[in-house]
Design a protein around this ligand. Structure first.
Ligand code: ADP
Length: 193
């Protein structure tokens, strides 16, 4: 069985997490943020330490442990009754983050829409990330060099994912707007798919 899926896509700081959390409060939508799954791990676990090693440099965690962890999280959420694959739409944020991950998830996902949150000014992204560093105690947001590296990683590795899913599924969303307006723009499409 494939999970009916909406993908939230965009640069670090574009607001995927904010929108994902909002959508996840709507009945029959289940939000999964890959970064949150990683951050919930104990840092002294094997995969937790791998996450710290890569994220603190602004790099992606290797694909196999990422996909394994994701499957484990989704299975657990299904078994504990938080996610009901038969009736729920999965809202993914932060995964797949490169084309190889998209290939690896082909058997699991039926992607019905990709929301591309576009932020026109890089300065806005950097501001948002630095504010979040203070609020959420995120090491990877605190350092400007790490932020720059994450933005580069996004351009180089993540952006090609947009082509993988193709133009038909793609919805460009102006992410310079307030979170409420961004949500309205996303929901306008969600009710149609
Ligand atoms: P942001 O919201 O800024 O895009 P995330 O919370 O999604 O950040 O991710 C933080 C870090 O976690 C990433 O920089 C990366 O190191 C790691 N990470 C999250 N998702 C993935 C993934 N799908 N593949 C590899 N690494 C990931």
């Amino acid at each position: 069985m494939k999970y009916r899926t909406l993908l939230l896509f965009g640069a670090p700081g574009a607001g995927k997490g904010t929108q994902g959390k909002s959508l996840g409060t709507v009945p029959n939508f289940f939000h999964c943020a890959c970064g949150d799954v990683f951050r919930s791990l104990k840092t002294d676990s094997q995969i937790g330490s791998v996450f710290l090693e890569y994220s603190s440099r602004g790099e992606l965690v290797p694909d196999q442990p990422t996909i394994d962890l994701w499957r484990y999280f989704i299975d657990g959420s299904t078994k504990t009754g938080r996610f009901h694959p038969e009736q729920d739409t999965l809202v993914l944020d932060g995964i797949p983050r490169n084309v190889h991950q998209a290939e690896m998830l082909k058997d699991a996902l039926e992607v019905v829409a990709v929301f591309y949150l576009l932020c026109t000014k890089v300065d806005n992204l950097v501001d948002r990330l630095q504010r979040r560093a203070l609020k959420e105690n995120r090491l990877d947001d605190a350092n400007i060099d790490v932020i720059r590296n994450r933005l580069k990683t996004y351009e180089r590795e993540s952006k090609p994912v947009l082509n993988f899913y193709g133009k038909k599924l793609l919805h460009r969303i102006n992410a310079d707007q307030t979170p409420a307006k961004v949500l309205v723009d996303i929901l306008r499409h969600v009710v149609k798919v």
